[in-house]
Design a protein around this ligand. Structure first.
Ligand code: SAH
Length: 354
């Protein structure tokens, strides 16, 4: 049985052509699934009866399942989403004035082992399929619509998607790109590229491909202004050092609006005024926006978050250097839904990066 949620429009066209059907069946199916929220082939009344029963025997539309939901005092929601008997991931809904953001996961666990991240601490199990990635948006749309949390002027319940949950999206490149293609497709959600943000540590070859194939908004998890410190915090930096990453970001920003750089504030580690000055120098000449992320603790971690005063001081140095800098508001930390706190339930965790 082929799960049609794994196919973007191009994949669906090939699928129907191989069945001897016209290619417009692809867009008909997409409209049923993503715009009408219909998952039963039997209900897809503009497909011939013959095709409907044929699809029932060879194809399915199978979503992951919501297991639990937690709601924060600030309205943030976190869902545990079951992929299979061994793996559940987390996704987070963040309502704000004028936008409803969904933070989705791309892998069950993560192999990168960044020292400050709860997901990395649990290791890696597997990549999510395209169906499991786009399925998160499909499920969130249903729930938010049913709960009446959609402002009147919104085209869809979810106005913005950030691929910033569990996992490194650029290590699951093909499935993530297919899911993004579906999000962008006018026969599906029709989101604009600037409303989809992919957050990555910076897998350089994949970033170059992303720019060519699907240049969505980009957020780079930078967290350190030099290789020595970044190697310690983000081990994969040894493979893709800052010089290469910065060159790639410069190229990415060209023709796009800007690149966001995320910088987690770790007390006594990366938060001194000289780190801020070094960071400003590193980002010179790039159309950049900096997001300072207060470190969110989780059990067993020894790092602490920088003080508010230190964060403000760090921000002011960057602003004086001409960089657009904001401190990210912490959302959903009472339900462990904040950045870096997503853990899900992932088993068989044996694989870690070198
Ligand atoms: N692998 C991708 C996406 C997942 S992490 C990436 O690294 O960008 C999403 C963001 O949360 C990243 O910027 C990450 O560095 C940050 N993060 C991880 N652990 C955190 C923590 N404990 N507190 C605050 N932010 C954290």
């Amino acid at each position: 049985m082929i799960n049609l949620l794994n196919l973007d429009r191009e994949g669906l066209i090939t699928f129907f052509e191989e069945l001897g059907e016209k290619s417009f069946r692809a867009t008909q199916i997409m409209k049923w699934v993503y715009q009408q929220n219909v998952l039963e082939f039997a209900d897809m009344t503009n497909l011939s009866k013959d095709l409907r029963s044929r699809l029932q025997t060879i194809a399915c539309l199978k979503l992951p399942e919501i297991q639990t939901m937690q709601v924060s005092q600030d309205g943030t929601r976190k869902w545990l989403v079951k992929l299979d008997s061994e793996n559940s991931i987390e996704m987070v809904f963040i309502p704000e004035e004028g936008r409803n953001t969904l933070c989705i996961s791309s892998q069950a666990g993560c192999a990168l082992d960044c020292t400050f991240c709860a997901t990395g601490k649990q290791g890696f199990n597997r990549n999510l399929t395209t169906a499991e990635i786009i399925g998160q948006l499909w499920l969130a749309e249903q729930i938010i619509i049913a709960d009446g949390c959609v402002p009147e002027n919104f085209k869809h319940a979810i106005s913005n998607v950030v691929i910033m949950g569990m996992g490194e999206p650029l290590i699951n490149f093909d499935n993530v790109i297919k899911a993004i293609n579906i999000m962008l497709d006018d026969f599906s959600y029709g989101l604009s590229r600037r409303r989809i943000t992919l957050s990555t540590v910076g897998i350089v070859p994949a970033l170059i491909k992303l720019k060519e194939q699907c240049p969505v908004s980009l957020a780079i998890s930078l967290h350190a202004p030099n290789d020595e410190l970044r190697n310690q915090l983000i081990p994969i930096n040894k493979k893709y050092p800052l010089a290469d990453l910065m060159k790639t970001c410069r190229d990415y920003a060209q023709g796009n609006s800007h690149v966001t750089f995320e910088y987690i504030m770790l007390k006594g580690i990366n938060d001194s005024p000289s780190h801020a000055t070094e960071l400003a120098k590193l980002l010179r000449g790039i159309l950049a926006k900096i997001n300072l992320i207060p470190f969110n603790p989780f059990p067993g971690i020894t790092y602490e978050c920088s003080t508010t005063e230190t964060i403000d001081n760090f921000r002011d140095i960057l602003i004086r250097a001409g960089l657009v800098t904001v401190t990210r508001k912490i959302r959903g930390d009472d339900i462990n839904a904040a950045c870096g706190q997503l853990a899900g339930k992932v088993q068989n965790l044996r694989i870690k990066a070198d």
